[in-house]
Design a protein around this ligand. Structure first.
Ligand code: IPE
Ligand code: IPE
Ligand code: MG
Ligand code: MG
Length: 330
């Protein structure tokens, strides 16, 4: 297994116990008297997923000397993973994805209506959990969910520019990573400005993570990715790869991304070959690395503001997670 697909290396060093408790908590939250409504999200839950966002929340809380898993921490970690799962279901409808997490997608297994309703159900359950927290977290959650939705919408504008792609990544992925880190800091410290620094750290890490996802879409196999590669080309997504490819003045990029004809399998493989043999991946990777560097320097700033009152071992674990983002970029 290539290193890019072994997040566990970075995550298992975390308090596995907390993630195990969270897992049970999520399962309880998915309960509904109408069994089909639980079945769809339970299907997605059982397929795995990395649980990176709650892991981020837990690690930052631990960095701020939170040694016990309180209700607040558990509720917000739960809420954030539920929001993530809801967006995966809704995103799967928008992208018409056939696979997710290595298996048939909820969309192809249960159909559009149930996938949509299950996504709504997850959002409602998530807000129910988040609403138990202080208003600073509730307001941040609302902002982030609006950003997520905006991100999905502006993806459809047919614009292929680096700046636009980064704006999308910031909204659809950076925001929720930001919230995860913000909450991890706010629960133990109640410090809004330190939590905002956490948001900035998580946001940049999330953008790097989305950039690596964009790269993996063109460089990986179906087996490695757990979803169909080449989808971003086929769907004319303004991923950072596609945007930089377009900005590289490639004729093929113009032909494929500007038209509205169905893209043939041959065109996809031509596009993949051209992208792989051009400097586009390299440039994309470098942008991702800049985001990881920025995240690292913000983490440093957070540690400084904690006045040495933090466990260096926890800091190291968080750095493992940022290295994981880098790994995915290499
Ligand atoms: C997938 O997120 C969507 C992106 C932001 C690229 P993850 O890669 O965190 O998905 P799971 O939860 O591990 O499946
Ligand atoms: C990121 O969108 C996922 C969400 C924020 C919901 P993508 O469409 O790029 O993610 P994948 O490729 O489906 O995982
Ligand atoms: Mg999408
Ligand atoms: Mg998608």
């Amino acid at each position: 297994v290539p290193k890019a697909h072994r997040p566990q290396d970075a995550l298992t060093s975390l308090s596995v116990e907390w993630l195990r408790i969270l897992e049970n908590e999520i399962r309880d939250t998915l309960h509904s008297e109408v069994s089909l409504l639980s079945e769809v999200p339970n299907y997605l839950l059982k397929l795995g997923g990395k649980r990176i966002r709650p892991a981020l929340t837990f690690m930052l809380a631990q960095l701020c000397n939170q040694n016990t898993l309180t209700d607040d921490l558990l509720n917000i970690a739960n809420g954030i993973e539920l929001i993530h799962m809801a967006t995966l279901l809704h995103d799967g409808i928008i992208d018409e994805a056939a696979t997710r997490r290595g298996k048939e997608s909820a969309l192809s297994k249960f159909g559009l209506s149930y996938t949509l309703l299950a996504g709504n159900f997850l959002f409602v359950r998530a807000f129910g959990r988040c609403a138990r927290l202080p208003s600073f977290i509730i307001k941040s959650t609302e902002k982030v969910c609006v950003l997520l939705t905006e991100g999905e919408i502006i993806e459809d504008e047919g614009i292929y520019r680096c700046e636009h792609a980064l704006n999308i990544a910031t909204r659809k992925t950076g925001a929720l990573f930001g919230l995860a880190a913000l909450a991890g800091i706010f629960v133990p410290t109640q410090d809004e400005s330190l939590s905002q620094l956490g948001y900035s750290f998580g946001n940049d890490l999330g953008v790097a993570f989305q950039i690596s996802d964009d790269i993996l879409d063109v460089t990986s196999t179906e087996k490695e990715l757990g979803k169909t590669p080449g989808t971003d080309i086929k769907e004319r997504k303004p991923s950072l790869v596609n945007s930089l490819w377009y900005e590289s003045k490639s004729q093929l990029a113009r032909k494929i991304l500007n038209s509205s004809d169905v893209i043939t399998t041959l065109e996809i493989s031509e596009a993949l070959a051209e992208i792989e043999n051009s400097g586009v991946i390299e440039t994309t990777r470098n942008v991702g690395i800049e985001y990881v560097e920025k995240a690292k320097s913000t983490l440093n700033e957070i540690c400084m503001q904690l006045n040495e009152d933090f466990d260096p071992n926890i800091r190291q674990k968080i750095e493992l997670l940022t290295d994981y983002a880098l790994d995915r970029l290499s």
